[in-house]
Design a protein around this ligand. Structure first.
Ligand SMILES: CCCCCCCCCCCCCC(=O)SCCNC(=O)CCNC(=O)[C@H](O)C(C)(C)COP(=O)(O)OP(=O)(O)OC[C@H]1O[C@@H](n2cnc3c(N)ncnc32)[C@H](O)[C@@H]1OP(=O)(O)O
Length: 185
């Protein structure tokens, strides 16, 4: 793992710890001061945009990574096989991503599906943006359990690409989505 990715992972771990820490105020204050010191160090040189795998690398690829170096979002490594996309999050997502107590925030499920479906469309060589994402929450998604995300293209007409996807917790599709992507450029 390179240094940037390792830092992103360390910050995700920090965010998880911060979300549920119960240490005393002096320790919180010390942690805040340390965090601000680090922020100061990292601001000494900044990029114009978040580093990401170039979109073009998704075209025809078997693997594609999304925001692996951005600790504010869950990184996702997708696998493309036989025209379909799959991603796994082996350890699941932790309490930093909670919505209802002990369960995943619905918006995070929608985010994961949008990421996977848009990457799938790009994998098929269509530069497109999300025009519409319809999400059905079928069951609560548990935290800290393995998750899987799948996606397929189900239709194409002119500039429009229709997709379906699901977020799986074991054998249960907890979130289902239909995504419409419109080709740009
Ligand atoms: C940002 C640029 C990035 C470029 C690189 C891409 C790489 C990958 C990026 C990865 C991104 C990651 C994912 C992200 O985060 S993408 C970020 C979130 N998405 C956006 O910001 C998109 C914002 N919207 C737009 O830019 C425009 O509205 C688009 C481009 C979508 C269409 O405006 P445009 O003026 O171009 O086209 P049109 O209006 O003639 O419509 C064309 C056809 O589509 C149909 N339609 C449209 N909207 C809807 C709708 N809501 N429901 C149902 N249908 C809809 C419409 O009826 C028509 O159908 P038809 O009459 O032909 O049958």
């Amino acid at each position: 793992m390179n240094a940037r990715r390792d830092l992103a992972e360390a910050v995700r771990e920090l965010a998880s710890a911060v979300a549920v820490t119960d240490v005393d105020d002096p320790d919180l204050a010390q942690a805040a001061a340390s965090a601000r010191e680090l922020t100061k160090l990292l601001r000494e040189r900044q990029l114009e945009d978040v580093p990401r795998t170039p979109y073009d690398e998704a075209v025809g690829a078997t693997h594609y990574g999304w925001h692996l170096d951005n600790p504010a979002l869950p990184g996702l490594t997708m696998v493309f096989e036989d025209g379909r996309a799959t991603a796994t999050i082996p350890d699941g997502l932790g309490k930093a991503y909670a919505g209802p107590p002990g369960k995943l925030h619905g918006g995070v499920g929608a985010l994961l599906l949008d990421v996977l479906l848009s990457s799938l469309v790009q994998h098929h060589g269509v530069r497109a943006v999300t025009a519409s994402l319809t999400v059905d929450y079928r069951a609560a998604t548990r935290l800290d359990v393995p998750l899987r995300i799948t996606g397929d293209i189900v239709g194409r007409s002119g500039r429009k690409v229709e997709t379906v996807g699901a977020l799986w917790c074991g054998e249960v599709a907890t979130v289902e989505a239909r995504g419409l992507f419109v080709q740009v450029g």
